[in-house]
Design a protein around this ligand. Sequence first.
Ligand code: HEM
Length: 143
Amino acid sequence: MTADQHILIRKTFAKVLPFSAEAAALFYQRLFELNPGLRSLFPADTEHQGRMFIQTLAVIVKSVDRLDQIRPELENLGRRHAGYGARPQDYQTVRAALLWTIGQMAAEIFTSAASEAWTEMFDDVAGIMRAAACETQRARHTA
Ligand code: HEM
């Protein structure tokens, strides 16, 4: 990722963070529209969960130029997600819902370059999470 992409991500996220409850509500609404089957994985009340999701995104965005520094946390997050029932293909649905939400909330500055930057960052993070989840499962099978 380039320094310009980091700036684009931070600028767009700055439009979302002050309205994190609204962002979380839009995100889940979109996620469950895209795949209603995911609803049953989440608790009935997604408010607390949504706050944690946006807070974690804030940490990721802050560290976007040095993701290696938060790699162990992302790996743990990925391992926990295997336990929540998140499958590899669900990451694409979560990405689509997240980008749509940011597009709604930062509409005037959510250019195609910003969208590409978010896609790259999300895929980097998802790659770290999924690889850790995968390794844990493989270790369990061979144990
Ligand atoms: C970059 C991607 C993602 C991030 C940053 C993220 C972040 C989080 C965070 C911070 C939590 C709170 C609990 C914890 O820290 O363990 C959480 C819970 C959860 N996530 Fe994610 N998540 C991501 C992708 C996904 C995907 C792809 C799915 C699959 C549908 C998913 C499903 C869930 C579920 C079901 C819970 C709630 C578990 C429960 O409370 O019972 N997440 N997520």
